[in-house]
Design a protein. Structure first.
Length: 138
């Protein structure tokens, strides 16, 4: 059985071949969603979360090792990361952050809800974003 290693959480889980990364992570108690505390977090979880339909982009993860051990990116995932506006494929994708997070991480960024695990991988949950690029003038 493939092993998924979550770097930030320092946790490894065994998953069946062909398992959905989001589903298995949530079963293991791993939080894939970056959110605050209190009412804002509850709002984000209830309203701004597509619950695994590939629409919101909040379950984005970085595959640090073993990208070849995941299924290729599907239409929903490609559209979500590469189109700047909501489309018929991703009608709820109002948040530009997933597209911005994808820049510079094209080879490693995935949506956990759209990722099928076929072998051992290492995953970074809630990856950091650099919205300002390199500071070339300092």
């Amino acid at each position: 059985m493939p092993v998924v290693k979550f770097i930030k959480e320092k946790k490894e889980i065994e998953v069946p071949v062909g398992a959905n990364l989001r589903r298995e992570a949530l079963k293991a108690g791993i939080n894939l969603y970056a959110s605050g505390e209190g009412i804002l977090a509850a709002f984000q979880q209830a309203v701004a979360n597509c619950h695994g339909l590939g629409q919101c982009g909040r379950c984005r993860v970085k595959i640090l090792k073993g990208m070849e051990n995941t299924a290729p990116m599907g239409l929903v995932e490609r559209t979500h990361f590469k189109c700047p506006v909501p489309t018929p494929v991703t009608p709820l994708a109002l948040d530009p952050v997933p597209r911005l997070a994808y820049i510079g991480n094209e080879d490693t960024m995935r949506l956990a809800c759209c990722t099928t695990v076929t072998g051992d991988i290492e995953v970074e949950t809630t990856p950091e974003m650099n919205l300002f690029g390199e500071n070339f003038f300092s």
